[in-house]
Design a binder for this molecule. Structure first.
Ligand code: ZN
Length: 158
């Protein structure tokens, strides 16, 4: 199994009712109508295997960089507000995961259009592209406890 996407519970329930998915976890909520009383699923597994040829790389976003770097300046460890291009864009640096880090305003303005070496600043770790399913975390901003087992690989950063 691999995580595919996050959908509203109502949509997951429709898949279950249509026999297209099985419930692995419920979240304790219920959908009630006059004739139906259904427990809301929290994790469902599709019955048919779905190929996911898309998104070999998580899309780069400002929010994603902050989550990957834990909102911490990668130069000094303070709270980060900026995204810094390690090799500045003005010098051909790419706008990609491996060349962007979260940084605080101070470090960002101190570094200017220089490389970390030129500025005498050290990165706490080399920036990296997160695993493809990292976007799940970015999309929902957080993870329900009963998703942990299914997302462990997706969310690890090593
Ligand atoms: Zn800093």
């Amino acid at each position: 199994m691999e995580p595919l996407c996050v959908v509203p519970a109502r949509r997951a329930l429709v898949l279950v009712i249509a026999d297209k998915a099985d419930v692995l976890h419920e979240n304790g909520h219920r959908f009630r109508s006059e004739r139906l009383d259904l427990r809301a699923p929290s994790v469902v597994r599709l019955r048919r295997y779905v190929r996911t040829p898309y998104r070999h790389r998580a899309a780069l976003s400002r929010r994603g960089v902050f989550i990957r770097d834990e909102h911490t300046c990668q130069y000094c460890g303070r709270s980060a507000e900026n995204v810094d291009h390690v090799l500045p864009r003005s010098r051909g640096g790419a706008h990609e995961w491996e060349n962007v880090v979260a940084s605080c305003r101070r470090c960002n303005s101190r570094k200017k259009d220089r490389t970390p070496e030129e500025a005498g600043m050290a990165l706490s770790r080399a920036p990296f592209a997160p695993r493809p399913t990292f976007w799940l975390l970015v999309a929902v901003g957080g993870v329900q406890p009963d998703w942990d087992d299914y997302l462990r690989d997706a969310l690890s950063t090593s």
